[in-house]
Design a protein around this ligand. Sequence first.
Ligand code: M6R
Length: 389
Amino acid sequence: MSGSCDYRCSKVKNKQKVQCTAEVPKKDGFAHFMLKEIYEQPQAFQKTLQGRIQQGKVKFEELNFTQEQVKKWDKIYIIACGTAYHSGLFAKSMLEEFLGVFVEVEIASEFRYRNPLLDEKTLAIFVSQSGETADTLGALRKVKNSGATTLAITNVVGSTISQEADYNLYLGAGPEIAVASTKAYTSMLIMQYLLSIYLAQVKGTMPEQKKEKILIALQELPEKAQQILAQKELYPEIIQGIKNAQSLFFIGRVFDYYIAMEGALKLKETSYIHAEAYGAGEIKHGTMAIVTEETPVVAVAVQKSVYEKTLHIVKEVADKGVFVLAVVEEGDTEMQKWANKVIYIPQIENIVSPVLAVLPLQLLAYYTAVARGCNVDQPRNLTKAVTTE
Ligand code: M6R
């Protein structure tokens, strides 16, 4: 391995066959890598999609699954840590719906220490930006030799997880330097939409019309993401209601809840404010006791099927004098009557809207962290790839 290897190679230096590129990532005029990476998302989406939608079908050169193989799987595990784990929650819903197979999303550091049911009828998907996370790798090694098929989704070429899994899908999101994952997360989401459709396509269980709608919407994402990223002037004012809080709650339902989980993680790791996500209905089962004027609430209400239900909880917390920030779709006129601040995202086929809904939450975390003087790219006590157990 040459001495001029880039940062990536230093993570995988035991993998001699990795092609080194000498390019060192630069901030390109952005104040922090995190902000640069947030703004790189439209291009990252394009890279993840590139060549993978052809003539109305999803194509993966890396995969050669037969219908017999896909039909054989009677359970699927998605195994990951942190942000990558959050991305897997979406794939669970889609795979269960499109394939009619039971799917479990597992935290790698838990999965590896229990005795999951594994056999040749199992597909195990490992999601990891770095491809080096110790617990995800440990979980992969546990699954190997069980007869299960292993498939990795990674962003770093030549990473250990990508090499040890039976199959690997490379995100192509480009180098992610900031500890807080942004473009890798949204690329993971897109990859899992594609993978879910691909597997259903092979199995023959995906209605053509539904597939077509989702594939069209996925290709609209880069442009619609640009529209959200163009609104950076909103945030200095929005963060006024958040930046001095000691604790806050993110709420949503189903897909909106999974985005809320990611928003809470992003805020806490970058700005050190305690933040927790709840399924909007679940907050009533205990946590509401500590929702006060001191605890702002961020509500994600983009999924049409559960919008009214989330709005109902927003009304309840707004009545308590809580500062509410909401993320909704353009055209919504109701939420602004209750929330103190509303961020609007462009309308898009509802199933892919989470990819857009998370962008304002990434920006919220970023600008809050900057306002609090935090070390945005390298938060205390954290590392980019958690390679120790
Ligand atoms: O490299 P990985 O995707 O396996 O990393 C998993 C987590 O450590 C990572 O997503 C972490 O949660 C991020 N810092 C969140 O922004």
